[in-house]
Design a protein around this ligand. Structure first.
Ligand code: G3P
Length: 214
């Protein structure tokens, strides 16, 4: 399973990238707003740091404008993947952009029918939001399981990109189910590599080492 970092913060993207496990980046308007920086500058920094797919979301809501915005974003760097929301116009834009060879990530997916339509419209990625489904007492990982089953029935090239990942459980279950990508905030990436017994074990090894004759 590929690991993307869900962030627009270049400092944490650089830090995470030192682990050597980051395959790509997803951003969204909320994450970009948190940086207080211009979108194009954020994207330029990310593209210089990570050699992999970098999702950049359109903020237009009508297909014609989404397509124009998508073309502009895509022209910034070959690794840019245009993110379109799962709306009627978003699907129209997805079809048009993908026919031009521009990869599209369809975002804000909450049910299987949305993902299937996005795949049929030519999406390179679909982004189901598992954490936000859990937030409203629905089964986020159940959606991933259903999508893996449906996509396994057909030959779409569309990848299942698990988004709104909030915990190591979301991450590990995504891998068990065979999702293509999990995009994780830096805080979640940090929790993936920790275990209390690792810390306790290391502290004991280092303490015992002190009694070894030097
Ligand atoms: O980038 C989209 C998604 O990962 C957002 O996650 O935690 O805001 O639901 P969250």
């Amino acid at each position: 399973m590929k690991i993307f970092i869900d962030s627009a913060d270049i400092k944490e993207i650089r830090e995470a990238n030192q682990l050597g496990v980051i395959d790509g980046v997803t951003t969204n308007p909320s994450l970009v707003a948190k940086t207080g920086r211009k979108f194009e500058e954020v994207l330029a920094d990310i593209c210089a740091e990570i050699d992999g797919p970098i999702s950049a979301e359109v903020v237009s809501t009508e297909a014609k404008e989404m397509i124009a915005e998508g073309r502009r974003l895509s022209a910034l760097h070959p690794n840019i993947v245009v993110k379109c929301p799962m709306t009627f116009d978003g699907l129209k834009a997805t079809r048009a952009l993908s026919e031009e060879g521009i990869r599209v990530n369809v975002t804000l997916i909450f049910q299987p029918s949305q993902a299937l339509l996005a795949a049929k419209a030519g999406a390179a990625y679909v982004s189901p939001f598992v954490g936000r489904l859990d937030d409203v007492s629905e089964d986020g990982m159940g959606l991933i399981s259903t999508l893996v089953e449906i996509f396994g029935n057909y030959d779409y090239d569309t990848e299942i990109l698990v988004a709104s990942v909030r915990s190591p459980t979301h991450f590990v279950e995504s891998a068990r189910m065979g999702a293509d990508v999990a995009t994780c905030p830096f805080s979640v990436i940090q929790t993936l590599l920790r275990h209390p017994l690792t810390d306790i074990g290391l502290a004991k090894f280092l303490a015992d080492w002190k009694s070894v004759p030097k």
